[in-house]
Design a protein. Sequence first.
Length: 124
Amino acid sequence: MPPRMKLTAITLDCSDPEALAAFYRQATGLELHPKSNSAFAGLNGDDGLLLGFQRVARYQAPSWPDQAVPQQLHLDFAVDNLEEAEALLLELGAAKPGHQPGGERWRVLTDPAGHPFCLTKRAV
């Protein structure tokens, strides 16, 4: 039987951990980890999951959908209203790439460090 594992953290590379943590904190309402600093910042989820942001020298943002600098991962967030969530996130500093493969089913945005993430309509 394989070992039982619990996912405890997801960490994104970036050039400015505190700024990226602030973006995701405003977007999600998660609490800032008390030991956050300029090298590593984190947000605490209610279920114990830490969303982390670590400083990387010479960080290069993904160039999604072009793979010249490939995305390493992407996050998906369920929202009640796609239009409202998109507008808020754009106001917070997200960007909306021209390529939108989800049509009206989901939206692709990029965070201020260039990581793509998706918004999907919350299942009722």
